[in-house]
Design a protein around this ligand. Structure first.
Ligand SMILES: Cc1ncc(C[n+]2csc(CCOP(=O)(O)OP(=O)(O)O)c2C)c(N)n1
Ligand code: SF4
Ligand SMILES: [Mg+2]
Length: 246
């Protein structure tokens, strides 16, 4: 039997993407678009947006070589608010569109923004195959454990027994753990972080961007309108010590 030695991956996630000229500097402002941000007051998406806008200058990449692709959902409005290239694409299909972009254009830093419904219901198949193919991109999965945009139906990450308008007697199915799902697809980088911890979130973004291959970052994100307090156990100072292993 013959075997083929695969080449060692020695390149970083952003290698090959044009960088700023010497002395050129960017700030979070350079990554802030002129679009009015349309999320509900108190939505966790704001904190993630701010963290990403503040983090992107650290990459030192040219803005025109960065692209954010999203699916459909509240979280998927993300590309409008970033002054990079972007695409608010098709429900569940962002990983596939991003796969095409990353495959054709090695000079781009490719990011996906998706929600728990977008990534794990309609887009479940696209997500697992993107992870399996290990194309060079970073997937930010905003998990609020609910469909926000369509006004509060239960999602594949809602806890069993969830009472919503679409499950008035409580949901009967068992939720996905996105991290386990990604590991099952043999993803090469998997992480979980939370909207309210800017420092941790930023460090995870940096590690994910530095990884060559598909990085999956699950971000716990509070939806104060349809699923408020979903992550209180890990936010509350009285309980978080028992709920988190850093
Ligand atoms: C083909 C198709 N099916 C269903 C919908 C309705 N729809 C829009 S967004 C969404 C789910 C959004 O939930 P999630 O991905 O968790 O994003 P969130 O709004 O919570 O950020 C659904 C079912 C649609 N737009 N297109
Ligand atoms: S419905 Fe929930 S997830 Fe959507 S913008 Fe409002 S608070 Fe955010
Ligand atoms: Mg959601």
């Amino acid at each position: 039997m013959t075997t083929v030695d695969l080449p060692m991956i020695t390149r970083g996630g952003t290698d090959g993407v044009p960088t700023l000229a010497d002395g050129e500097k960017q700030t979070g402002k350079d990554f802030t678009s002129d679009q009015e941000v349309r999320w509900c007051p108190g939505c966790g998406d704001y904190a993630v947006l701010k963290a990403v806008q503040s983090f992107l200058p650290d990459l030192g990449l040219r803005r025109e070589n960065i692209v954010f692709v999203s699916g459909i959902g509240c979280s998927s409005r993300f590309p409008y608010y970033l002054d990079t290239y972007g695409m608010h694409s098709i429900h569940g299909r962002a990983p596939s569109i991003a796969t095409g972009i990353a495959t054709a254009r090695g000079d781009l830093s490719v990011w996906v923004v998706t929600g728990d419904g977008d990534a794990l219901s309609i887009g479940g198949n696209h997500l697992i195959h993107a992870l399996r193919r290990n194309v060079n991109m970073t997937i930010l999965l905003f998990n609020n454990r609910i469909y926000g945009l369509t006004k509060g139906q239960y999602s594949p990450t809602s806890e069993a027994g969830k009472v919503t308008k679409s499950t008035p007697m409580g949901s009967v199915d068992h939720p996905f753990n996105p991290v386990s799902l990604a590991l099952g697809a043999e993803a090469t980088f998997v992480a979980r972080t939370i909207d309210s911890d800017r420092k941790h979130l930023t460090s995870v973004l940096a590690a994910a961007a530095a990884h060559r291959g598909t990085s999956l970052v699950e971000i716990y994100q509070n939806c104060p309108i349809f699923n408020d307090g979903a992550f209180d156990a890990i936010k509350n100072p009285d309980t978080k010590q028992d709920a988190i292993i850093p």
